[in-house]
Design a protein around this ligand. Sequence first.
Ligand SMILES: Nc1ncnc2c1ncn2[C@@H]1O[C@H](COP(=O)(O)OP(=O)(O)O)[C@@H](O)[C@H]1O
Ligand SMILES: [Mg+2]
Length: 289
Amino acid sequence: MEEGARRREAYAQRQATALASAGDRSAAYGRVLRVGVPDFAHGVALYLDDVTVSFDGFKALNSLSLAINVGELRCIIGPNGAGKTTMMDCITGKTRPDSGTISFGSNIDLLRLAEADIAQIGIGRKFQKPTVYERLTVFENLELALAADRRVRAALFSKLSGEQLDRIGATLERIHLKDEAQRTAGLLSHGQKQWLEIGMLLMQDPKLLLLDEPVAGMTDEETERTAELFLSLEGQHSIVVVEHDMKFVDQLTQGRKKVTVLHEGSVLAEGVLSDVQANEKVVEVYLGR
Ligand SMILES: Nc1ncnc2c1ncn2[C@@H]1O[C@H](COP(=O)(O)OP(=O)(O)O)[C@@H](O)[C@H]1O
Ligand SMILES: [Mg+2]
């Protein structure tokens, strides 16, 4: 089993245990509320300020500052080793920075939360490799993901309500897998597995979605459909996409959205894609490798 899937399964199990001992759902709510409810009134979904991470003295992130607005779709590009994945690791609590600030909304200090809590308060992450439950059907994968939603945790132990079935149906449609609902996930194409994993994230209705190279290994057609999918999510979720495929970034940003270029752990340039691609410093770091 993939590491991510193992992690999820362990998590689902922990939730089940917590639920059984708590007796009902309100106790679980209480736990989330203690962590806090993010405040998005100022329009900022995610804020990184002066974040530095060193690995044996090497700075993977070097005083990185970045803000993502509520509902924004932001593409982050940069050569290999720029620190893109490390940035996501810091946001999700997998790696602790040496210094700096990371907040969710204007009030939640992510550096004080455990990885599982960060996922619970509405930050969903997709790793580079798809991590789905290969032996379950597409539908069952989504059902399990729904059960991890704090609002419907009890779903694991009861029949799905009409509303939950509708949510799964809507997600199946959105990720282009309606006709594959009863198929074993292991039999899907690589691209379809990626979509399924995105669907699983969507079942938890995250406020912020972090997607690391989501179209790597996809066919051109799958890549185009993925861009359409992300564009359809814009506004409802804040989305951070790390990607190398410039055609995909162009399709996502439509010549007007801001792209951030990371290099050596900090922001090298920001602007629309055509501008950053024409930027001398950016050209240099891409050609220099
Ligand atoms: N756990 C780690 N231990 C040591 N070095 C790491 C670790 N994670 C990342 N790095 C290094 O940090 C730099 C940034 O890596 P990464 O964030 O994966 O870059 P990107 O995703 O932009 O390609 C690279 O030089 C990488 O080798
Ligand atoms: Mg990476």
